[in-house]
Design a binder for this molecule. Structure first.
Ligand code: 13P
Length: 339
């Protein structure tokens, strides 16, 4: 195992007040977001959208890494410059989503299992040659009547650990993402319980597969009440529940933690990250940052509308959103900083 290279990459990804941009939507997810925004769902529009993001001036000041999707890692700007070269020039480490999405799990009605281990070793070798230095795999855990179950959590966490081991074999830092989904009417307490269960099982499986935690990044959900819950929790309560859950279940040797936004509004995701830093400054064993997709991209996507004339305005919104997340990581964000 190339331990030094893994640790160096993981450390660079967690550096300073920077964070990650997830722009690794699968074709179907990207099309869904485009449909919602009234943008045509074609490969050229997806390429143009990713060009808008990656050519945002000074993006490297805010981001340490960006997660791409297989379609995007091979694409270029209209002028012919490879996206991956733009990232490298901006000092942003290229990453790649390698799971192949979720399917229904046999014998477990209503539950999902993530696919993508077949041929993964060869795909990782190819991605490393293209310049990717970290990867992402997402497992989905839904809270509902009688779910999730032990068997579903165990199977998903086992796959995450097998994926992480293969990444490290190829000098690629694994981001492991066990996402407890926000949708539902569950309480914050229930979300904390399920998140703790998933994390406990995840680190048990990672140990069994001999994964080196110093070269691994965890991408968890924040601990929140379900979206259908009438009473939402205040910022401090979410910050406390989330950080306590992580402190109890994530070993200190993990290189870092980078949150998904999960469908929270951009403002709320930023405010939650900020509250965690304000409350726990200097008391955390690992760096804590963002790896948002929707919470960074949404305002820019809505402003872009698929039209060249809107590129500059969209880029400004993207940069502003990412730099507000930098402020949150420093514990310096205030709602007055919103535009
Ligand atoms: P969101 O921030 O939109 O939840 O996406 C993060 C992600 O990478 C999901 O896999």
């Amino acid at each position: 195992m190339k331990t030094d290279e893994l640790i160096n990459t993981a450390t660079a990804l967690m550096a300073g007040d920077k964070g990650l941009l997830a722009m690794d939507e699968s074709t179907s997810t990207a099309n869904k977001r485009f449909e919602e925004a009234g943008i045509p769902q074609t490969i050229e529009y997806r390429r143009a959208y990713r060009e808008m993001i990656l050519t945002t001036p000074n993006l490297g000041r805010c981001l340490s890494g960006a997660i791409l999707y297989d379609e995007t890692i091979h694409q270029s700007t209209k002028k012919g410059e490879l996206f991956i070269d733009i990232l490298k020039k901006s000092g942003i480490i290229p990453g790649i989503k390698v799971d192949e999405g979720t399917v229904d799990m046999a014998n477990f009605p209503g539950k999902k299992i993530t696919e993508g281990l077949d041929g993964l070793r060869q795909r990782l070798e190819k991605y490393y040659d293209l310049g990717a230095r970290f990867a992402k795999w997402r497992a989905v855990i839904t809270i509902g009547d009688g779910i999730p179950t032990k068997g579903n959590i165990e199977a998903n966490m086992h796959l995450l650990a097998r994926y992480a081991a293969l990444c490290q074999e190829n000098a690629i830092v694994p981001i492991v993402e066990p996402e407890v989904i926000m949708e539902g009417d569950h309480s914050l307490k229930k979300c904390a319980k399920v998140t703790a269960k998933a994390l406990k099982e995840l680190f048990k499986q990672l140990e069994k597969q001999k994964v080196d935690l110093r070269g691994l990044i965890l991408k968890p959900n924040m601990v929140l009440p379900g979206t259908k819950r009438e009473k939402q929790a205040d910022l401090d309560k979410v910050a406390k529940a989330t950080v306590e859950c992580l402190l109890h279940n994530v070993p200190p040797s993990v290189a870092g933690i980078a949150f998904l936004s999960g469908g929270q509004s951009p403002q709320l995701a930023t405010a939650h990250l900020n509250a965690m830093h304000v409350k726990y400054k200097g008391k955390l064993p690992w760096p804590l940052t963002f790896s948002f997709a929707r919470a960074i991209q949404k305002p820019a996507l809505d402003a872009w509308k698929g039209q060249d004339k809107n590129v500059k305005a969209a880029q400004k919104l993207l940069y502003t959103r990412a730099s507000l997340d930098n402020a949150a990581r420093r514990g310096e964000y205030t709602p007055e900083m919103e535009f």
